[in-house]
Design a protein around this ligand. Structure first.
Ligand SMILES: Nc1ncnc2c1ncn2[C@@H]1O[C@H](COP(=O)(O)OP(=O)(O)OP(=O)(O)O)[C@@H](O)[C@H]1O
Ligand SMILES: [Mg+2]
Length: 609
């Protein structure tokens, strides 16, 4: 519990942490004001009933001594006015304190989620290949709220309630020491026993809530993501049934959570009444003077009804902190394990791949070892070459490209650029690359924003956009759309055809006019006419664009000088016939290297057609 509290405060940068340290005294003060307020009303009512009491009641008697000749009723009226003003101020202070508290909770949650998001985006590609997206969405949407509502917020509540109990105990201790000791013992017992006993059940509730919440996200992602297959196969009932089950279990868990809280509250209340009766009994036996008994009992009744809710809230908040534990520990793992890399200055002055890109005995296994997706691959690509990567499905083509892109680190061996290791320079390298993925992902936004990916509207270069559109053979497609470049493509480009989607991805890769281009089956979804056009376009792309001279420093100049390196994966040999060199993969091994003519002697290669 303390560990979780430390963790969630630790997720915040120093400039956010101080808010919590301000909140603690504010919450303590708010608790005191609440306690004093209730005491004031209680005392005032007694004085109204019997104004003569002003001469005997503590604190007030001192006031009346300052005004000995006055009418006690006038003093009571004055006190009533004082209490009224106090309540107005109290309302103002408490609402400010609550505003501060909620602000701190949700701001902290936002900051933590935002830091985690940056870590996820910076994480290795392999990390993303292994984790289901629901397990990344859950901490950022739910666990971060829980961290500050249920862990840090509850800790502040516990502190405030402890202040109340302490203050009331002091008041009681002054007025009736022996009975106070008994009461304190009873209250401590009331709080501690259920806290210790309910420990595991709160954690179990938290664990199953977290699990079910993730399942729910996962299920929704999957079923709506695969809507076409769901409809065609008529499997709606299957997904509906699973969703119903998860939702109902989630409901049952929430019910358990609520009833645990209620049970604890009712149990404490019942026990308290019993102990009050015990106190009455003790007081009656000890003291025979009726008046004193009544006033001590009244004080007890008041503090009892004040302390019980406090004790309850402590218990409940301890429960909440326990419930939060499973969420926090998982989120803390990610917060600790993932690092946002320190911003490294781009190597502006040193364009990469001035001469060559080399694979030196590269092996890669997705699990860090066998089975190997790439097995001891070595080759060199010269600058300005056009290279095709071919091979049957599952041969490791996409994996090889991911390694060359610097997304995956080789398990053994190295990737060299101009004879120097790529490792540590991935960002500088990726800035010079255009990449069209095997499964294109389009944003649910306009074509313009899809092509100028992640660039704010004001920063989009129209000339470059137009050039990219032309080179990707998108002109006609856009001309046919009523809203042209402003057309919204729908989630993952659902309103475009497969071929159009590919070409949007190609235009996106070309927008920065990169000196090196990677295509992963960029032409797979095109009809043969369009495929020919795109293939020819790719062949032309080798010349680079003459649009910009020296954009982004000398790196851009490379393309402008007309030597673009192109590395394209293809299933069909027709698309790689222009290539200077083919890399032929089979079962993760390099089965051949050379021109199409040179490889034709291989029977397996001929089968690729
Ligand atoms: N994220 C992953 N986790 C574990 N194994 C993977 C992962 N991605 C690919 N593999 C495995 O690595 C091997 C090579 O896959 P890869 O995607 O590189 O093949 P490919 O040559 O691109 O095939 P295709 O032509 O079908 O796209 C396959 O056996 C595949 O099962
Ligand atoms: Mg592939």
């Amino acid at each position: 519990m303390i560990g979780d509290l430390k963790a969630v405060i630790g997720w915040l940068p120093a400039r956010e942490r101080w808010r919590w340290f301000v909140l603690v005294p504010v919450a303590g003060l708010a608790a005191l004001i609440e306690a004093v307020g209730a005491l004031a009303v209680f005392g005032l009512l007694r004085l109204v009933v019997d104004p003569e009491l002003v001469r005997t009641t503590p604190v007030v008697s001192r006031l009346s001594a300052m005004w000995p000749s006055g009418d006690p009723r006038a003093l009571v009226a004055l006190l009533a006015l004082g209490v009224g003003i106090f309540y107005v101020l109290r309302a103002a202070f408490l609402s400010w304190a609550e505003w501060l508290r909620q602000g701190t909770v949700y701001r902290s949650s936002a900051v933590a989620a935002e830091r985690l998001f940056a870590r996820y985006l910076a994480a290795d590609y392999l990390f993303h290949a292994k984790r289901r997206s629901a397990s990344l969405i859950e901490p950022m949407t739910r666990a971060s709220d829980i961290a500050y509502e249920l862990v840090a917020g509850s800790a502040v509540n516990i502190f405030a309630e402890a202040v109340i109990i302490l203050a009331l105990s002091v008041v009681l201790l002054v007025s009736a020491p022996p009975i106070t000791l008994i009461t304190v013992a009873i209250v401590l017992g009331l709080v501690l026993i259920p806290i210790v006993m309910s420990r595991r059940s709160w954690e179990r509730i938290g664990e199953s809530e977290r699990e079910l919440y993730q399942q729910q996200l996962h299920l929704l992602n999957q079923s709506i993501g695969a809507i076409k297959d769901v409809k065609i196969t008529g499997r709606q009932p299957f997904f509906e049934q699973r969703f119903r089950q998860v939702k109902r279990e989630l409901g049952a868990t929430k019910q358990r959570r609520a009833s645990a809280a209620t049970l604890a509250r009712l149990g404490v209340e019942a026990t308290l009444i019993l102990s009050m009766l015990l106190v009455v009994f003790l007081v009656m036996r000890q003291d025979t003077s009726g008046v004193a008994t009544v006033s001590v009992l009244a004080l007890f009744a008041y503090t009892g009804f004040r302390v019980v809710p406090s004790a309850n809230r402590i218990m409940l908040n301890v429960g909440y902190m326990r419930e939060a534990h499973p969420w926090i520990s998982k989120m803390d793992d990610d917060m600790r394990r993932l690092r946002v890399p320190a911003a490294r200055p781009y190597e502006h002055d040193r364009p990469l791949m001035q001469s060559s890109l080399t694979c030196e005995s590269v092996s890669f296994g997705y699990e860090g070892g066998p089975p190997l997706a790439l097995d001891n691959i070595s080759f060199t690509i010269e600058r300005g070459q056009s290279v095709g990567i071919v091979g049957p499905t599952g041969a490791g083509k996409s994996t090889l490209v991911d390694v060359l892109l610097g997304l995956l680190q080789p398990t053994t061996g190295r990737v060299l650029i101009d004879g120097e290791p790529l490792e540590g320079r991935e960002r500088a390298w990726q800035r010079q690359i255009g990449y069209v993925a095997q499964d294109v992902y389009l944003l649910d936004d306009s074509l313009r924003r899809n092509i100028a990916f992640g660039i704010p509207d004001g920063g989009i270069d129209e000339a470059r956009l137009a050039a990219a559109v032309t080179q990707a053979r998108l002109d006609e497609v856009i001309a046919a759309l009523p809203r042209g470049l402003e057309t919204i493509v729908g989630e993952n480009g659902i309103r475009l055809s497969g071929g159009q989607r590919q070409r949007v991805a190609i235009a996106r890769a070309l927008y920065h006019d990169p000196p090196v281009l990677f295509f992963d089956e960029a032409t797979a979804a095109l009809d043969s006419q369009t495929e020919r056009e795109v293939t020819e376009a790719i062949a032309h792309l080798r010349q680079g664009s003459h649009l910009r001279q020296g954009f982004g420093g000398p790196a851009g100049g490379q393309a402008a000088r007309g030597t673009r390196t192109i590395i394209a994966i293809a299933h069909r040999l027709s698309t790689v016939k222009h290539c200077d060199q083919l890399i032929y993969l089979r079962d993760g091994k390099l089965a051949g290297l050379g021109t199409q003519q040179q490889l034709m002697s291989d029977a397996g290669f001929r089968q690729l057609t």
